[in-house]
Design a protein around this ligand. Structure first.
Ligand SMILES: [Zn+2]
Length: 509
């Protein structure tokens, strides 16, 4: 039998606890035992870490300087330093390699630029304020929380701006993150599908690794993307720019819940099953594979229903054709969007009153948040109630703010559906070009219903504006399309449209 022995220098730690917090000492010993840390010395500090010049702290650093220990074990960085001098000394000793390891049961430290950045923040972000409940301090704490800088690594799609202690949007990746939420909300993707797709699009983690389904889940569950963050179980409004709306985030959460435990179960074996009905008998259309090709057919047996098979390539061509018909060239879409913006300005005034009242509600919530924090700091309400109530208020506030933004953006209620129509038309072109089949299906489901296969032909019932688009009439001129959305009087529009029997795009309005 061969014995393999690995030898390495065992790191020695100094256990540093604070006398005033009794929990520290016992829990640290337990932690050390669990992590198999060798303790060179245990020091118990009576002074708080607010001011420099603590005796035991100085002794600890001296022991490390002398090489009698290489690391520190403490409950949290805020036990080590709550003033810039001590904090700076620790970081300097990490930099110069005197301190080789820092262990905290309630904080993860890694000797990297990011790790040191976080350590610095942890030194600053102590409970100092809560120790003293003067009005000034309360105001200071509120300010800090209101500043809303997430004290950690930027999530995927963002970057840490170390210079300004801020988190900023990644110029490329943020678009992909938004796309992840949009696609997942369609219900046509599993986490695995998504991971594969976005690996294909070149999305990588911060350290350049491939995206796993687990990471997708992490992204989809992270409220950071709509502008808030949780820190130590508490929700804060972030200062960072959101990538998505709360509305989109909520849609993704609904989908996550719906898929639940069956998450990674394949949705369909073939993309267009569970999508169409047989036009002849009304039965579901299923699919099977023959000699490398996928065929869609009625679930009724041959002889009972006369409908014939359709090859997937053929079906895809038909769908692509529809999407090309309803797609709007970029320059046209942009012209229409410009017109929309003009309309928006004209109608903006009418919504001023509504916006004012919504803003009033936001103010009330802000007051409530302040009162809530005061009650918490004065121990009037317990922590869990505080956290729960705070989360509720913040979400409500963001919902209101998004509503204000929507109103400011759309001005009038017909503008938004129309903008949506134009954007979708523009997207149709891109989707058709990309040839991503789940997106074909999602797109068609968005614009119509009653998908059938009859006589080898794909047909469906499009929403009115999309039916016009299919016939290329909606795009005849600016006026009819605007009327569609403004009057919603379909008969009148039909009449009007008959004047513009226009099969191709005019060059201008
Ligand atoms: Zn049939």
């Amino acid at each position: 039998m061969i014995k393999i022995s690995i030898s390495f220098k065992i790191m020695k730690y100094i256990l540093y606890a604070r006398k005033s917090t009794d929990e520290d000492d016992a829990e640290l010993k337990e932690f050390a035992a669990k992590e198999k840390l060798e303790i060179a010395a245990s020091l118990c500090e009576a002074k708080t870490a607010k001011e420099p010049g603590r005796m035991k702290f100085g002794k600890m650093l001296a022991l490390i300087e002398n090489g009698q220990a290489d690391g520190i074990l403490s409950w949290h960085p805020d036990r080590l330093a709550r003033n810039p001098i001590d904090g700076g000394r620790i970081i300097y000793m990490v930099d110069t390699g005197k301190i080789k390891s820092l262990k905290f049961p309630s904080f993860w430290f890694e000797d990297t630029p990011q790790g040191k950045f976080m350590l610095n923040i942890a030194f600053g972000q102590s409970k100092y304020f809560i120790d003293n409940l003067s009005e000034n301090v309360k105001r200071g704490l509120r300010q800090k929380l209101r500043n809303g800088v997430y004290p950690g690594w930027a999530p995927l799609g963002y970057l840490n701006d170390y210079k300004n202690h801020n988190i900023v949007i990644h110029t490329e990746k943020h678009k992909l993150i938004k796309r992840i939420f949009e696609l997942y909300s369609t219900g046509e993707y599993t986490l695995k599908n998504l991971a594969d797709k976005f690996n294909g699009l070149g999305l990588t983690s911060h350290n350049g690794k491939k995206i796993s389904p687990g990471m997708m889940l992490f992204v989809l569950k992270n409220p950071f993307y709509y502008g808030v963050f949780r820190y130590k179980g508490e929700m804060h409004e972030g200062k960072h720019e959101p990538i998505i709306t709360k509305k989109l985030f909520d849609q993704a959460q609904v989908m996550l819940k719906r898929r639940g435990r069956h998450h990674e179960k394949k949705i369909h074996n073939y993309i267009f099953t569970d999508f169409m009905k047989c036009g002849a008998c009304g039965c579901a259309i299923t699919a099977e594979k023959h000699k490398g090709h996928i065929y869609y057919r009625c679930t009724k047996k041959k002889g009972i229903c006369a409908e014939k098979y359709v090859r997937e390539e053929n079906l895809t061509d038909q769908l692509k054709n529809i999407m090309q018909k309803v797609s709007l060239p970029d320059d046209w879409a942009n012209n229409m969007l410009n017109e929309l913006n003009k309309e928006k300005k004209a109608t903006a005034q009418s919504s001023v009153a509504l916006v004012n009242s919504l803003n009033q509600e936001v103010k009330i919530i802000e007051n409530k948040l302040d009162n809530l924090l005061d009650s918490h700091l004065e121990n009037v309400i317990d922590k869990n109630d505080y956290l729960r109530k705070k989360e509720e208020l913040i979400n409500k506030k963001i919902g209101l703010e998004e509503k204000v933004k929507r109103i400011n953006d759309q001005g009038d209620n017909w503008l938004e559906p129309m903008r949506d129509f134009i954007l979708r038309s523009r997207l149709a072109k891109k989707t058709a070009d990309e040839g991503d089949l789940p997106q074909f299906k999602a797109f068609l489901r968005n614009i119509g219903s009653n998908f059938i296969l009859q006589g080898g032909k794909f047909e469906f019932l499009a929403q009115f504006e999309w039916e016009l688009a299919c016939r290329r009439q909606a795009y005849a001129t600016w006026l009819p399309i605007k009327n569609i959305f403004r009057t919603l009087d379909w008969d009148k529009i039909k009449e009007e449209l008959s004047i513009f029997q226009c099969g191709s795009f005019p060059n201008s309005f």
